[in-house]
Design a protein around this ligand. Structure first.
Ligand code: ADP
Ligand code: MG
Length: 320
């Protein structure tokens, strides 16, 4: 009996002594991934992080515009000619995206890509005004026809292209946290580029999530203590080039086909990372007034904006 107790106590001490934080970084979906999990056993921690990385690779294969065999590329090749049957996951994300367009007066619109594909930020290439004018009529979420009975998508304009860059990382972060929960993990952080989701707290303390200074990557503009929520930041510094003193960056106004200039950075805080991601892009395009108005009428979601004069603005629930 005594021996058994000693053995049991040893097991207990070994098990809890092995509980620890597991942290890993990777580059997936062309962006920086950072994952932290608290796991009682080291094998679980390693397995949990691997599960997240595998999930991110899966979604990248499905949604990347740079992979010819992705479902997204297939849609862009075919949907203007015939209805294309798609996965339920893709269908749900397209439906959510179209709904967000309607709620944001078209500021968030995945058909921005009809003009967006003419920009090559790394090559410092932008379309001429003539190119933009020619392609602009293809930008409208109203061109996307979704048929729930057949889970299919059809574009009723020949030149429509879609891109999920404004929402796919939020989606991947949401699905990753769900997988971690299913593995029994209770404390975790998953970041994909500007999208972060937190599961639980940091063992009795909040997580501290920084919003970087848009003009100095070494500096945080704000640091927020957060628990069990998510935050996404859209900035004009992720992909851009400068020419003749103008910054050409990757968040485009669907109305003009050109970069939006009212703000430098938008962060949205709320439970669902997919919505944070889409809303941060939308508010970036809408600018301070319309953007804050939108978030003030969206229950459970808050906004922090740095405008183009580097002044900070907050939605109503963040103002004391
Ligand atoms: P980040 O890449 O900085 O995390 P976002 O979440 O704002 O930021 O995503 C920017 C991406 O969203 C762009 O690279 C592009 O793929 C896509 N995008 C750009 N403009 C729009 C828009 N008006 N509506 C929807 N998606 C957009
Ligand atoms: Mg976004």
């Amino acid at each position: 009996m005594k021996l058994f107790i000693i053995f049991f106590a040893c097991c207990f001490i070994t098990a809890s002594a092995q509980a620890e934080w597991h942290t890993e970084n990777a580059t997936i979906m062309g962006t920086n991934i950072h994952v932290e999990v608290w796991a009682e056993q080291p094998e679980l921690g390693t397995h949990a992080i691997q599960t997240v990385f595998t999930e991110m690779q899966r979604i990248n294969q499905l949604m990347s515009p740079y992979i010819d065999s992705s479902e997204l590329s297939k849609i862009n090749r075919l949907a203007a000619h015939q209805p294309v049957k798609i996965s339920q996951e893709m269908f749900d994300l397209l439906q959510l995206s179209v709904g967000l367009s309607a709620e944001t007066q078209g500021a968030f619109d995945i058909t921005f890509a009809s003009v967006g594909f003419l920009y090559h930020y790394q090559k410092k290439h932008k379309p001429t005004q003539q190119d933009i004018d020619k392609a602009l009529s293809a930008i409208s979420y109203k061109h996307i026809q979704l048929d729930p009975a057949n889970t299919s998508v059809y574009f009723n304009h020949t030149d429509v292209k879609i891109d999920l860059g404004g929402i796919a990382k939020g989606h991947v972060v949401d699905t990753s946290i769900e997988l971690l929960k299913n593995l029994g993990i209770q404390h975790a952080l998953v970041t994909a580029g500007g999208d972060t989701k937190l599961l639980g707290d940091r063992l009795g303390r909040p997580w501290h999530v920084g919003i970087r200074d848009p003009r100095n990557k070494e500096r945080q503009a704000v640091t927020l203590p957060l628990i069990n929520t998510a935050i996404s930041t859209s900035g004009d510094y992720e992909r851009y080039f400068e020419q003749d003193g103008v910054r050409y960056h990757h968040i485009l106004s669907p109305k003009t086909g050109k970069s939006a200039y009212q703000v430098q950075s938008v962060s949205i805080i709320g439970k669902r990372s997919t919505l944070n991601d889409g809303l941060s892009t939308a508010v970036f395009v809408l600018g301070v007034k319309d953007g804050i108005d939108l978030i003030n009428r969206t229950p459970g979601y808050d906004a922090i904006i740095m405008d183009n004069q580097r002044k900070m603005h907050y939605s109503k629930d963040l103002v004391l």
